[in-house]
Design a protein around this ligand. Structure first.
Ligand SMILES: [Zn+2]
Length: 101
């Protein structure tokens, strides 16, 4: 499927970023990530996030996950963004108690 969406075409199928305390090599997710809208937050009370996101322009679903490691002198954060297949987004919508359209 050719992706000509202006909003999310800047996102790969898999994105990864990590921020380590005191590191000069921190990486961040592409700017397009901030334009995705939250659909459902599976872990609202956890420091490890798992959020279903959707592109407001083309409707593509993404899963955003974070991993958080607490260290004595700071913390390490890993962020993952994965483009979902129809099957994967259907499963996650069902888990969220939402019907897919
Ligand atoms: Zn899009």
């Amino acid at each position: 499927m050719a992706n000509s969406c202006e909003t999310c075409s800047g996102l790969s199928d898999r994105e990864h970023a990590e921020q380590k305390f005191g590191s000069d090599n921190n990486t961040y997710l592409p700017a397009a990530f901030s334009r995705l809208t939250d659909v459902f937050d599976y872990e609202p009370c956890s420091s490890r996030k798992r959020i279903l996101k959707q592109c407001p322009e083309c409707g593509a679903f993404f899963l955003y996950r974070t991993d958080y490691v607490f260290l004595v002198n700071g913390s390490e954060d890993d962020e993952y963004l994965m483009r979902l297949s129809k099957q994967e987004s259907d499963d996650l919508l069902r888990e969220a108690g939402m019907e897919s359209v």
